[in-house]
Design a protein around this ligand. Structure first.
Ligand SMILES: Cc1ncc(COP(=O)(O)O)c(C=O)c1O
Length: 389
C-alpha cells in the first residue's frame, strides 16, 4: 500500500510527535484518576499535570495568571463560552468575513436575540484593516471577536494593531487562535489581546477534545453553565473565581497530558523553526501549483504573514471531485468545500463553485511529498484540459 500523503494539517495535525503518544499512554496508566476531587496521593499527583499545563500554556500566550487559563473541549467550546459570556441583547459586536463558524454562529445566535453585528471584509491580499474596526466602534460595542490566522486563505491578521484600537476604546478583544496557536507567536500583553481561544489538536500537537481560553486580567466572562468543580460543594451557585468559573465537571485529563507533551515538543523544536520549515514547503507547493495551467491559486504573492495552508481550484472541476481524485488516485488527503468559513468563500467568489481545495502542511511533511502533490494536481489539471479539447 502506498503511504498516505497527509496534507490536511489545517483540520488536525497528524501524525503527532512520538513523545505525545508515549506520554499519553504512560500517563493514563499511572495517573488516570479524577484530579482535585479527593485528597489521596494519586489524586493529588494526577492534578499536578493540570496545573503544570495551565502554567505552560498561560506563559506560552503571555497570560498573567495561570488560573485564568481554562480548559474546555476545543476552541469552539472556548469561543462559545467567551462570546455568550461577554455579550447581551442591545450590545454591538464586530467580527470579520474571515471568521470560522465557531465565531460566526455563536454571534449570529446572539444577533437573533438582539445583539447588533458587523462583519469587516478583507482586502485583495486577504487582510482586514485595523482602522475599519475603529470606524465601526459605537458606544454599545462590547466585543471584537475575530480570526487570527485564516483556515481558508492562510493570512495572519494584524491583531496587535486591532487590539490597540480596542484597548483605546475599552472594548474586549477576543482572538480565535485555532490555526495559529503553536504556529505563530502570541503575546497577549504585546498584542493587546484580552482573550485567546485555542484548540489542542492542531499546531499545539496535542490530541482532539482539549482546548480552552486564556483570559486576561479584568475580563469577567459570565458563566453560561454550572456544575461540579470539586471545590466548596455546599455552595448553591457555580464558583466565581477562575479557573472554576469556566470549568465544569471532570476535565479531559488525558487530553491535557497529551497537550502538555505536544506543547513541550513545540517548545523544544522551536515554534519559529517549525513554522519556517512549514512555510518553506508551502512556498515550494505554491511555486509548483502556480506553474500548472488550469489551476487557480487564492493567495498573495509573497506569502508574508501566512500560515501553512494553501487554497486552490482546478478550473472547471468541483473541488469535491478534485479531493476525491487526490485521495483515490494519489493517496493524498486534503480538505475541500467551504471549510466552515462561508463568508471567506462568498467574498472570494468561490461559494458558488462549492468552495475550493485546501492543502495544510504540518511539521512531518517532506519535500518529496510536496513534489508528489504538485505532480498529482498537474495530472488532474491535464485530464481536465484533455476533456475540454
Ligand atoms: C479558524 C478556526 N476556528 C475554529 C476552529 C474550530 O476548532 P475546533 O474544531 O478544534 O473547535 C477551526 C478548526 O478547523 C479553525 O480553523
Amino acid at each position: 500500500m502506498p503511504k498516505l500523503i497527509y496534507l490536511d494539517n489545517g483540520s488536525t495535525s497528524f501524525p503527532k510527535p512520538e513523545e505525545v503518544y508515549s506520554f499519553m499512554d504512560s500517563f493514563y496508566r499511572h495517573y488516570g484518576v479524577n484530579p482535585g476531587r479527593s485528597g489521596y496521593e494519586l489524586c493529588i499527583e494526577s492534578g499536578d499535570i493540570l496545573e503544570q499545563t495551565r502554567k505552560l500554556l498561560s506563559d506560552f500566550f503571555g497570560g498573567t495568571d495561570p488560573n485564568r487559563l481554562v480548559f474546555g473541549l476545543n476552541s469552539t467550546d472556548g469561543l462559545n463560552q467567551a462570546i455568550f459570556g461577554l455579550l447581551k441583547p442591545g450590545d454591538h459586536a464586530i467580527t470579520t468575513n474571515l471568521d470560522h463558524n465557531s465565531v460566526l454562529r455563536p454571534l449570529y445566535h446572539l444577533h437573533l436575540d438582539g445583539v447588533e453585528l458587523e462583519y469587516v471584509p478583507f482586502d485583495s491580499k486577504g487582510f482586514v484593516d485595523p482602522d475599519d474596526f475603529e470606524r465601526r466602534f459605537k458606544k454599545n460595542t462590547k466585543l471584537v471577536a475575530m480570526n487570527h490566522g485564516s483556515n481558508v486563505i492562510g493570512t495572519v491578521q494584524p491583531i496587535a494593531e486591532i487590539g490597540a484600537r480596542c484597548k483605546k476604546h475599552g472594548i474586549p478583544f477576543l482572538i480565535d487562535a485555532s490555526q495559529t496557536a503553536g504556529m505563530v507567536p502570541i503575546d497577549m500583553a504585546k498584542q493587546n489581546v484580552d482573550v485567546v481561544a485555542f484548540t489542542g489538536h492542531k499546531s499545539l500537537m496535542g490530541p482532539m477534545g482539549i482546548g480552552g481560553l486564556c483570559v486576561g486580567e479584568g475580563i469577567e466572562i459570565r458563566q453560561t453553565r454550572a456544575g461540579g468543580t470539586g471545590v466548596r460543594s455546599a455552595q448553591k451557585t457555580h464558583l466565581e473565581e477562575y479557573p472554576y468559573r469556566l470549568e465544569y465537571g471532570t476535565p479531559n485529563l488525558l487530553g491535557i497530558a497529551g497537550l502538555n507533551a505536544g506543547l513541550k515538543w513545540v517548545k523544544a523544536k522551536g515554534l519559529e523553526a517549525i513554522h519556517a520549515r512549514e512555510m518553506k514547503l508551502t512556498r515550494k507547493l505554491r511555486d509548483g501549483l502556480k506553474k500548472i495551467e488550469g489551476v487557480t491559486l487564492y493567495c498573495q504573492d509573497d506569502l508574508a504573514n501566512h500560515i501553512s495552508v494553501l487554497l486552490f481550484n482546478v478550473d472547471g472541476l468541483d473541488p469535491a471531485n478534485t479531493g476525491t481524485m487526490l485521495d483515490v488516485n494519489h493517496d493524498i488527503a486534503c480538505r475541500t468545500g467551504l471549510h466552515c468559513a462561508p463568508l471567506v468563500h462568498e467574498q472570494l467568489g468561490t461559494a458558488e463553485i462549492h468552495g475550493a481545495v485546501r492543502f495544510g502542511i504540518g511539521p512531518f511533511n517532506t519535500e518529496e511529498e510536496i513534489d508528489k502533490a504538485i505532480q498529482a494536481v498537474a495530472e488532474i489539471a491535464e485530464g481536465q484540459r484533455k476533456k475540454k479539447r
